[in-house]
Design a protein around this ligand. Structure first.
Ligand code: HEC
Ligand code: HEC
Length: 168
């Protein structure tokens, strides 16, 4: 009986503690960049699928080793264990004929850096890394800068880079 009382007392203690540490819920309605105002426990209405850009113009890359984005539509291209439609144009043997950029040499390396005579299995599912693009507003902010841009801070307030040294 005594232990029981102790258990009840302890759990009451835990409960009141939990109530004490509850975060304060703000008065304004819930808002999230992706869910809008739909509460977490309800299903949000998905936005319309934006049209995929199909300009066939190779885009710049945001950083070294970035997998290039796909500048064309890939709707209906089969890419599963039975067939890889991408390779029909992007395989080195097909590139001359298709005009597509042949897959990079890195795509022949195994994880142990062995070069294979054909595509490495870890590069088989192209869309793991390469994705088409749509002209839409970003859902969340991003302040990413390529290393080249952050190396030397511009202006007089920057660190003593080559420019600052020349002025002295
Ligand atoms: C019918 C031929 C064809 C097929 C199939 C195809 N591509 Fe392409 N791809 C091209 C051509 C041609 C280009 C060059 C730019 C252009 O004309 O769109 C290109 C460009 C690209 C580029 C840009 C390369 C760079 O250096 O920036 C990527 C990445 C790419 N394709 C990935 C894919 C993936 C992934 C698939 C399969 C889902 C695929 N492609 C299927 C023809 C094709
Ligand atoms: C694990 C990630 C990954 C997968 C999977 C992958 N790639 Fe890539 N791809 C990259 C990266 C990273 C680069 C840029 C560096 C390089 O060239 O290796 C690249 C570069 C390329 C390029 C440009 C090559 C050049 O010389 O400019 C093409 C075209 C390409 N990939 C097509 C494909 C196709 C087609 C597939 C599927 C058969 C594929 N990739 C699978 C990561 C991947």
């Amino acid at each position: 009986m005594r232990t029981w009382t102790v258990v009840v007392a302890a759990s009451l203690c835990v409960f009141s503690q939990a109530a004490w540490t509850q975060p304060v819920i703000p008065a304004e309605p819930f808002h999230d960049a992706m869910r809008g105002t739909t509460p977490i426990d309800e299903e949000a209405k998905p936005p319309l699928i934006a049209p995929i850009e199909n300009k066939d113009v190779i885009r710049g890359r945001a950083y070294a080793q970035q997998p290039p984005t796909i500048p064309h539509k890939i709707d209906g291209y089969q890419l599963d264990k039975n067939a890889n439609r991408c390779l029909a144009c992007h395989a080195r043997s097909r590139a001359a004929e298709s005009g597509a950029v042949p897959i990079g040499v890195s795509h022949y390396l195994t994880r142990d850096n062995e070069t294979l005579g054909s595509l490495s299995p870890r590069r088989y599912f192209c869309t793991q890394c390469h994705v088409p693009q749509a002209d839409t507003k970003p859902l969340v902010g991003n302040t990413f800068k390529d290393a080249e841009d952050v190396r030397v801070a511009p202006g007089p307030a920057g660190p003593a880079g080559p420019e600052a040294a020349g002025k002295k």
